[in-house]
Write a new protein. Structure first.
Length: 274
């Protein structure tokens, strides 16, 4: 299954020949690296799985549909850090700050990104890379593709467990946060090389042992301060500007750039008005 595009052209076709070659080679290297990382990773995962079973009811590993390269949907694997059936009443939602659905153990695992360890299997299966744009859920992608020009360019490469955007920016909370991540995702896709990947991997390793992300990025030389959003990202397909400074008459539109969307329905209402 794949997300339908307004154009029949694959996003990966837009890459330069140099970048196509780099990402093709790095995909094979990533699979080998994932296999090696699973040697120390499996005992850690087993330990965490036991902790999850002890501390909260429900499965320890869960799968979630995400959009991969060229819009293909795959099942991303994670260690569960939220309550069982966390979205049963709300439907697909973005995680909010101090989200009450996160378990006690989850509040420890999520900042250290240890809940992402099972995604090494996604890398091994060729669905993901160690480094690249984080894969979004199809429910959100279908909306964001229409409301943010160039959004699907981030699917021109395999999605990653970590990336330049994840190192520098907090989780998505509104449309402008998505735009800023798209700026850094695009920078990575257009300029990715071995040295950049090694720096991002090094920075991610430091974060796993508890060092702040921004400090790690500065040490690794990949810090991106005050990411600016290009004007073209603020236009609908119909040419109407969707700047956060645009005057609107509805309260929900006025607050959409500052409040955290609680559900996919909230996000739909927000972006449709914007």
């Amino acid at each position: 299954m794949a997300i339908e595009h307004s154009s029949n052209q694959k996003e990966s076709d837009k890459l330069s020949m140099k970048q196509k070659l780099y990402f093709a080679l790095s995909a094979r290297v990533n699979q080998l690296a994932a296999l090696i990382l699973l040697i120390p990773g499996l005992p850690i995962m087993l330990f965490l799985i036991i902790l999850v079973h002890i501390t909260s009811p429900g499965p320890a590993i869960y799968k979630q549909r995400r959009v991969g390269k060229d819009g293909k949907v795959f099942n991303l694997m994670k260690i569960r850090t939220m309550l069982k059936d966390a979205e049963a009443k709300t439907g697909p939602v973005w995680t909010a700050k101090n989200d009450p659905r996160i378990t006690r153990l989850g509040r420890i695992l999520r900042p250290l990104h240890l809940d992402e360890l099972p995604q090494l299997f996604n890398v091994l299966f060729g669905q993901m890379a160690l480094i690249g744009p984080r894969p979004e859920r199809p429910e959100f992608t279908a909306i964001l593709e229409k409301k943010i020009p160039g959004y699907m360019f981030r699917t021109s490469v395999l999605p990653g467990i970590t990336g330049l955007a994840q190192i520098n920016l907090p989780p998505d909370s509104d449309l402008d946060s998505v735009r800023r991540k798209l700026v850094l995702d695009s920078e990575y896709i257009n300029n990715a090389n071995l040295m950049m990947d090694l720096r991002i991997f090094f920075c991610t390793s430091l974060r796993i042992i508890g060092l702040p992300g921004k400090s790690c990025a500065r040490v690794a030389g990949i810090a991106r301060e005050d990411v600016e959003i290009p004007e073209y990202m603020r236009y609908h397909e119909d040419g109407l500007q969707v700047s956060s400074s645009q005057k609107v008459e509805t309260t929900i539109a006025k607050e959409s750039d500052s409040s955290s969307p609680s559900s996919i329905n909230h996000l739909m209402a927000t972006v449709q008005i914007r």
